[in-house]
Design a protein around this ligand. Structure first.
Ligand SMILES: [Zn+2]
Length: 192
């Protein structure tokens, strides 16, 4: 099991057919995940295509994660928590300036994604909306969004299976509101 320390990230390759387990070791910790086709990084995970083809806002066990070229990138084989978000962008330096009124430097998923993806020649502007594992976004009938503490308990995990050769980037999210005010690690494991 690999450890992503609090407020950091990681990026690695995953072969077609391999499985990826993403685990919340302590509970109430979000992990943002983005995916790229390892052979052509212009193909990447798409929130819009996934919500479209899966016909649901809530993506969980049995659903696929789709690319901007309308191809399956991952299948979700298991999800012990069941609540993930695919609406909101990764938290970024501007998130903390605009939504938290904090002008100081603040770690963010966006920075942790693009700095780890640099070794694959992926630029900051290439980072798409992330699949926000364990993120608990609630929505009212009028469309109003609210970010609540994650429902994940210690040991909750998702198991994904790659549908093509992938570059994967993962974070342990740095936004106070998304993680019930504290920052914790995320664990992951690649399984053949
Ligand atoms: Zn974040």
């Amino acid at each position: 099991m690999e450890v992503i320390k609090k407020q950091t990230g990681a990026a690695f390759t995953l072969k077609k057919g391999q499985k990826l387990k993403v685990l919340d070791p302590l509970g109430e910790q979000v992990s943002d995940m983005v995916l790229f086709n390892a052979q052509d990084t212009r193909e990447k995970i798409s929130s819009g295509k996934t919500l479209d083809f899966e016909e649901n806002i809530l993506i969980t066990k049995g659903n696929f994660l789709w690319s901007n070229r309308s191809r399956k990138m991952m299948e979700i084989l298991e999800d012990t928590n069941g609540r993930n978000d695919f609406l909101l962008a990764p938290c970024s330096p501007e998130t903390f300036q605009i939504m938290y009124n904090n002008p100081e430097y603040h770690p963010s998923c966006f920075e942790n994604l693009y700095t780890n993806l640099e070794k694959f020649n992926i630029q900051p502007d290439d980072v798409p909306t992330a699949f926000n594992i364990f993120m608990n976004v609630q929505f009212a009938a009028d469309g109003k969004l609210r970010v609540d503490p994650p429902l994940s308990k210690a040991g909750d995990y998702l198991l994904f299976q790659a549908q093509m050769d992938l570059i994967v980037a993962l974070t342990a999210c740095s936004a106070e509101d998304s993680n019930n005010g504290s920052f914790k690690p995320i664990h992951y494991e690649i399984l053949d």
